[in-house]
Design a protein around this ligand. Structure first.
Ligand SMILES: *[C@@H]1O[C@H](CO)[C@@H](O)[C@H](O)[C@H]1NC(C)=O
Ligand SMILES: *[C@@H]1O[C@H](CO)[C@@H](O)[C@H](O)[C@H]1NC(C)=O
Ligand SMILES: *[C@@H]1O[C@H](CO)[C@@H](O)[C@H](O)[C@H]1NC(C)=O
Length: 468
């Protein structure tokens, strides 16, 4: 009787769903492997040009940070940092109702809202004729690299960028609109003394990391496509753990971002496919919208970007529903405000009422497995020791306009033990209903996600990420 009603509801919804849709989760295949090979080989990602688009190889930086001694500790630390990152984003929104956020705001008045520890994906670009490997971030705008001479630089794998070795390098002066655009792109006003005509920038990140230096123009090449007079930050005082990368590539929404600066070439369209964390896996960052380049195995479905004046350099979407195993979850707070889609948040965050409903439905369909204690921000955990493969309910996020993100099986469970014997549902609850929901990078794996900034729309399609 119950399933009959469900079937009826599903049909009246315009879709026929089979109750309890599942996917196989192979514990053998999905366990974390110790990265092998040389740390350096993971830098200098490849690139190519095809049909007017540029394709950059994208890798997970875990496989570039050398030998990781204690994975459990690393996995746990990552979630703690992820939570810190999310709190900062919430405080940026201007929600002053919570003591902790007020304190955080007072301590860090000018932050970009991102936490560099949680940014996970790297690409290689060519700047002033030099290959530079940078971390990709959809939540910030200014692209920067560490520069010589350096007042204070963290360790990086490549040698420092040297402006004096480049004929195309030009400093930007203070009295220019380029300098004034910093105000919007880095959330800090440019620093211009009376005797200092050079435009200096500062970007502070949520975890205490920062970069300071001068704004400059340089010849950028993205997979052999030149972007002339590209505005970037030449960082001379940088602090943070950037995993050996040379800087950051900003894919945010403001005029300073790579996307805006290359829009005459690529039409303001980019897409990525974030690879899973299996050793050696690579994905791609594609600049330009020619869909024949993608290897998606499901058609694209598009949703519009919704504006959010408080976090204007982020990308927001209208999340209208979630289904677990094909069953639409009922919760009152869908479609109320926008959710942010972010490359720098790991775990997807849902409003408490939504999370509760998703969790309940998941537990109903994934029953009979021994529970395990919660792990950091994750509270739906299982002990899967002894299993080789389990069938887990599918998870679909629905967005305005009938778009859907069908979460890949690699994005369902966060592995607490590296051998996958202990796992947790990789979703977390926000602390209150008014906070902003976030679609994290864990749930974006093995999807082609296309951002069309000109038409303000975003599309999803399933794709098994690879560079070639
Ligand atoms: C950058 O790296 C690519 C691929 O590894 C290589 O073909 C190219 O020559 C490099 N460019 C420079 C300027 O080193
Ligand atoms: C900016 O300042 C420089 C000298 O500091 C001057 O030569 C230039 O004309 C000024 N440009 C504008 C647009 O005011
Ligand atoms: C989200 O989409 C729903 C359904 O189309 C609509 O009713 C709602 O107003 C939208 N919310 C926002 C914030 O745009």
């Amino acid at each position: 009787m119950f399933s009959l009603i469900l079937l009826y509801l599903s049909i009246s919804n315009g879709r026929v769903h089979c109750y309890g849709e599942k996917k196989a989760f192979s514990l053998q295949r999905l366990q974390w492997n110790q990265p092998s090979g040389h740390a350096l080989s993971c830098l200098s990602g490849k690139s190519r040009r095809e049909n007017g688009a540029t394709i950059l190889e994208m890798k997970h930086r875990d496989y570039c940070s050398g030998k990781i001694v204690d994975w459990s500790k690393k996995l746990q630390k990552r979630l703690i940092l992820d939570n810190f990152h999310v709190q900062l984003l919430q405080s940026r929104k201007g929600n002053m109702a919570f003591g902790a956020e007020v304190a955080m705001k007072a301590r860090m008045p000018l932050t970009s809202g991102i936490n560099l520890h949680t940014l996970n994906y790297i690409v290689t670009i060519e700047l002033g004729g030099r290959n530079m490997t940078v971390i990709v971030d959809t939540g910030s705008d200014l692209t920067w690299v560490q520069c010589q001479p350096c007042k204070s630089c963290y360790n990086q794998k490549e040698s420092l960028f040297n402006p004096s070795a480049s004929h195309s390098y030009q400093s930007v002066l203070c009295n220019t609109s380029a300098c004034r655009s910093l105000h919007y792109g880095s959330w800090n006003s440019p620093l211009c003394g009376t005797k200092q005509p050079i435009c200096n920038y500062v970007v502070n990140y949520g975890d205490g990391s920062y970069t300071r230096g001068e704004l400059a123009r340089e010849h950028l090449s993205l997979g052999k496509t030149p972007v002339k007079d590209f505005l970037f930050g030449c960082g001379r005082d940088n602090k943070g753990l950037f995993g050996g990368a040379s800087g950051i590539m900003g894919l945010g929404r403001s005029t300073l971002s790579v996307i805006s600066q290359s829009s005459a070439l690529f039409g303001g369209v980019f897409s990525y496919c974030l690879p899973s964390t299996e050793a050696g896996a690579s994905g791609s960052l594609v600049m330009g919208g020619d869909s024949s380049l993608f290897k998606n195995f499901t058609p694209f479905s598009y949703t519009k970007m919704v504006p959010n004046p408080q976090l204007s350099n982020f990308y927001f979407l209208n999340l209208t529903g979630i289904s677990v195993g094909g069953v639409a979850v009922q919760a009152p707070s869908f479609a109320k405000g926008g959710v942010l889609i972010d490359s720098g948040t790991i775990i997807t965050r849902l409003a408490p009422s939504v999370y509760k409903a998703v969790k309940a439905e998941f537990l109903k369909q994934f029953s009979g497995f021994p529970p395990a204690p919660g792990f950091s921000i994750l509270d739906t955990c299982f002990n899967l020791g002894g299993y080789e493969e389990v069938d887990i309910p599918t998870l679909e996020l629905h967005f305005e306009g009938n778009a859907k993100l069908n979460v890949d099986v690699t994005g369902m469970f966060y592995l607490v033990k590296t051998d996958a014997s202990q796992v947790c549902l990789a979703l977390a609850s926000l602390s209150n209903e008014d906070e902003i929901g976030i679609v994290g990078n864990y749930q974006q794996k093995n999807q082609r996600i296309i951002y069309d900034t000109k038409q303000s729309k975003l599309g999803f399609a399933g794709e098994t990420c690879r560079f070639r």
